[in-house]
Design a protein around this ligand. Structure first.
Ligand SMILES: C[S@@+](CC[C@H](N)C(=O)[O-])C[C@H]1O[C@@H](n2cnc3c(N)ncnc32)[C@H](O)[C@@H]1O
Length: 303
């Protein structure tokens, strides 16, 4: 089960130092955001604790942040409030996105930070990508970052323990990843992540969560992007690097086409029971907290 509701509390310990503030996180995507028109409408559809969304809003973009985890959405609202950023938030699974937004709404959709592997298998992933694609205007771009699963699977099941304490909010924590690599690519894999906060004067406080994930190869991802009407413009894939970035642009309107419907129906099994069609309404920002996270550049890259 992938919920992130526990990890949301300690997510800043999972984000790299280099992306720990909203401006730094957004700056990491400067080479794609520079392609956007002024006042662009953008969606971060797995916003986590909101560093990217808040950073993009700080650049003057109209930003919507969504996530399947209620706790993550709440943290994004808190961060928005802290930075006085205008970010609309919605709790939504990828497959629910078309229930909230009209087709062609966004100039750019972000799905970054090792999120897509949480889509349940090839069908779930295709349905998720289909949702993201239909929300893009023609010529709009999907920006996706991914763990290099070719590398992860080759290493097999293992335990990764951070080689140093990570300091956030004046507290140190040890971060541990336990990887359960299934025999076959298409099977459900697991990553258990534990953040153990250590305090010289007090007890060690551990928060952990077992996350499900379904790996994919880079060439599978490219084929899937193409199936949902996206053309890869750029990929930094390198089989020996931990992570890669893909930028794909919208070439077709997939909204009401058979593929879109089929992909969503095929994946209905994976919809949470709480999935109710709710039209999007701008939300007020809520209050916040501090610090932040990321993982793309860390050796112990997050979920
Ligand atoms: C590794 S975190 C990345 C968060 C953020 N993008 C970042 O880079 O810090 C993965 C995020 O994907 C979200 N997520 C997982 N499954 C999802 C789904 N089916 N639909 C939408 N979001 C999902 C999780 O709740 C979590 O916030």
């Amino acid at each position: 089960m992938t919920s992130y509701d526990v990890l949301a509390e300690v997510y800043e310990w999972l984000i790299s130092d280099a992306k720990s503030t909203p401006p730094e996180f957004a700056a990491a995507f400067a080479d794609v955001t520079c392609l956007l028109p002024p006042n662009a409408q953008v969606l971060d559809c797995s916003c986590g604790t909101g560093q990217l969304a808040v950073g993009l809003a700080g650049l003057g973009m109209r930003v919507v942040a969504t996530d399947a985890s209620e706790a993550m959405v709440r943290r994004t609202e808190e961060l928005s409030e802290e930075f006085k950023a205008s970010v609309r938030t919605v709790r939504a699974d990828w497959q629910e996105l078309p229930d909230h937004f009209d087709d062609g709404t966004f100039d750019m959709v972000f799905c970054v930070g090792n999120s897509l592997h949480h889509a349940a298998g090839a069908r779930g992933r295709l349905a998720a990508l289909e949702s993201m694609s239909r929300l893009l205007r023609r010529g709009g771009r999907l920006v996706l970052t991914s763990r290099t699963w070719e590398l992860v699977r080759a290493r097999g099941s293992r335990l990764d323990i951070s080689d140093r304490l990570v300091r956030r909010n004046g507290r140190d924590a040890m971060v541990v990843y336990r990887w359960e690599i299934a025999p076959h690519w298409e099977e459900e894999h697991h990553i258990e992540i534990a953040v153990a906060q250590v305090d010289a004067a007090g007890p060690v406080v551990v928060r952990s969560e077992l996350l499900s994930c379904w790996p994919y190869r880079h060439d599978e991802l490219e084929a899937e992007l193409h199936r949902v009407g996206l053309r890869t413009e750029r990929s930094t894939f390198n089989p020996e690097a931990e992570n890669y970035l893909v930028v794909a642009s919208k070439i077709l309107t997939t909204g009401s086409q058979p593929l879109g419907r089929a992909a969503r129906l095929l994946s209905a099994d994976f919809l949470p029971s709480s999935a109710m069609p709710v039209r999007f309404r701008p939300s007020a920002h809520s209050p916040s907290r501090s610090t932040n996270p990321d993982r793309d550049t860390r050796p112990l890259a997050a979920p």
